[in-house]
Design a binder for this molecule. Structure first.
Ligand code: FES
Ligand code: FES
Length: 187
């Protein structure tokens, strides 16, 4: 900890943290007051971490901390010391291939403005990590901490179902999903 505020200036105490962000080891000096959302966006350039309400209500800032979803606007960066953080930027393969959840959100037209989408995608990753075949009530409960102002939610729920099928290996040649459900209508 550094506390070299001897000049009456605005220098504030900082803490050194080390963490893993999307598989990359990171060391940083942060002020204890710094939010994880701001650290990820400003210090790491991870703008997929959206900041909406900053009150823990909308879920736009959702990231995974040691595999569990957290609202990064309600988490201090110092609380992530030693942790493994995953943001939406960490999902695609190195060759740019989208994660099945990202593919499914695209295929099911589960976004309009997209502001909420990374939070929904990360919440979905946690949900499907715990329950590979959630029913409608379980999907609704799993995404209850995330708010979308645009989609009416049905397409998001369809995307989660499609992602579950993809990740479960149930979408195979000859067993394609019903494309009539992906006609782009908002339901
Ligand atoms: S910005 Fe974090 S919950 Fe809304
Ligand atoms: S797509 Fe606009 S807030 Fe969800």
């Amino acid at each position: 900890m550094s506390t070299d505020d001897t000049s009456g200036s605005l220098d504030r105490p900082t803490e050194e943290i080390t963490l893993t962000v999307n598989g990359e080891s990171v060391a940083a000096e942060v002020e204890p007051r710094h939010k994880l959302s701001d650290f990820l966006r400003d210090a790491r350039g991870l703008r997929g971490v959206r900041v909406g309400c900053e009150h823990g209500v909308c879920g736009a800032c959702t990231v995974l901390l040691d595999g569990r979803s957290v609202k990064s606007c309600l988490t201090y960066a110092v609380q992530a010391d030693g942790a493994e953080i995953e943001t939406v930027e960490g999902l695609a393969d190195d060759d740019g291939s989208l994660h099945p959840i990202q593919e499914s959100f695209h295929e099911e037209h589960a976004l309009q403005c997209g502001f909420c989408t990374s939070g929904f995608v990360m919440a979905t990753k946690e949900l499907l990590g715990e329950n590979s075949d959630p029913d409608d009530d379980e999907i609704e409960a799993g995404l209850a901490d995330n708010v979308c102002r645009c989609t009416g939610y049905q397409n998001i729920y369809d995307a989660v179902n499609r992602a579950a099928e993809k990740m479960d290996g149930r979408e195979r040649d000859g067993e394609q999903l019903d494309e009539t459900e992906t006609d782009g209508e908002d339901r």
